[in-house]
Design a protein around this ligand. Structure first.
Ligand code: UDP
Ligand code: MG
Length: 314
């Protein structure tokens, strides 16, 4: 049994050596064959040279270095494309995903009952309350409006069989939202909760704004509900305006037409104008995504690697 570990790294010079030491410790004890796929996502620090040092001294290590920063989603995709294992795992380089869980995860897959073992944080302790609130609201919303099963607090850390990896690779969409993709492909998943950990070194690459945009991406990628809302707004406004029309005509016939109501007219115009721009914006979001998909640009470009079998552009 060959185990592939995919590790996206972006400016992880402090964390990577610590991660490597801990993960190899665990893997050596498991006595299974393994490969470590380190994806350098256009880091500007010493991450790549650390990878090269590790690869020089350890034949299990393969590094794949992107030509620029493509984002974690692309890094995971590159890992999936190049993983040859029977079981494949994705984990962060900052030790927030504890390698000590790996033996248990492998055992669960080997029992043959499940196709994947996913992890979720047991609670949201240590997180700013505003962020927790937005996160919860996001998960409630997206589960209501999309048919992908997206679990609150799920991490990207998961172990899966090759069948599931192939299914994930078959979803070659350009705008990738892995939490949704993992849920969408289905398969039997075992959920393993664990205590949330602080990253060992370095700092997070996610600002609140970046997370917010990621959440909006997730909604647009896995649901057409915003488009439906735009249509419903349109229908509602048409009905309301028709009602108003009748009221105004009747009033004119019965009471004549006193010239008044400038303020209310302006309010209505501004309100409807705003609503129209809002709905246009929603359509624009989907159009922009469609535009990017139709260009069929590669997800990533590898400019440097030590793997002979590497798929350099995909
Ligand atoms: N990462 C990446 N490309 C990016 C941003 C992040 O490959 O553009 C990697 C990063 O090196 C880490 C993982 O994705 O291994 C998770 O990032 P981070 O720890 O910053 O996110 P958090 O755990 O705070 O959500
Ligand atoms: Mg982290």
């Amino acid at each position: 049994m060959l185990l592939s570990l995919i590790v996206p790294c972006y400016n992880e010079q402090e964390a990577l050596p610590l991660f490597y030491r801990e993960v190899t410790g665990v893997l050596e004890q498991m006595r299974c064959d393994y490969e470590l796929l380190l994806i350098n996502d256009g880091s500007s620090d010493r991450t790549l040279s650390i990878m090269k040092e590790l690869a020089a001294s350890d034949p299990h290590v393969y590094y794949f270095s992107f030509s620029r920063n493509f984002g974690k989603e692309s890094a995971m995709y590159a890992g999936f494309c190049n993983a040859r294992g029977d079981y494949i795992a994705v984990m962060d380089a900052d030790l927030q995903d504890p390698p000590s869980l790996l033996p248990e995860m492998v055992k669960i897959l080997e029992s043959g009952e499940y196709d994947s073992v996913a992890t979720r944080r047991a609670d949201r302790a240590g997180e700013p309350p505003v962020r927790s609130w937005f996160a919860r609201a996001f998960y409630r919303l997206i589960n209501r409006i999309s048919d992908a099963d997206i679990v609150d607090g799920a991490r990207d850390f998961r172990l899966m069989t090759r069948e599931m990896k192939d299914a994930i690779l078959s979803m070659a969409e350009y705008n990738r939202f892995s939490k949704g993709i993992f849920g969408w492909v289905g398969f039997k998943t075992y959920w393993l909760p664990f205590e949330n950990k602080e990253r060992v070194a370095g700092k997070t690459k996610w600002s609140f704004w970046k997370l917010f945009k990621y959440a909006v991406d997730g909604i647009i990628n896995f649901s057409n509900a915003p488009l439906d809302i735009a249509s419903w707004f349109g229908i509602l406004m048409t009905l309301v305006s028709f009602l108003f029309l009748i009221i105004i005509v009747v009033r004119r016939l019965i009471w004549g037409d006193p010239v008044a109501g400038w303020a209310s007219t302006i309010c209505v115009i501004i309100f409807i104008g705003g609503l129209q721009l809002f709905c246009l914006g929603i359509i624009g979001q989907y159009l922009a995504k469609t535009y990017m998909e139709t260009k069929r640009r590669p997800h990533y470009i590898i400019s440097d690697t030590n793997a002979q079998h590497a798929k350099k552009i995909r």
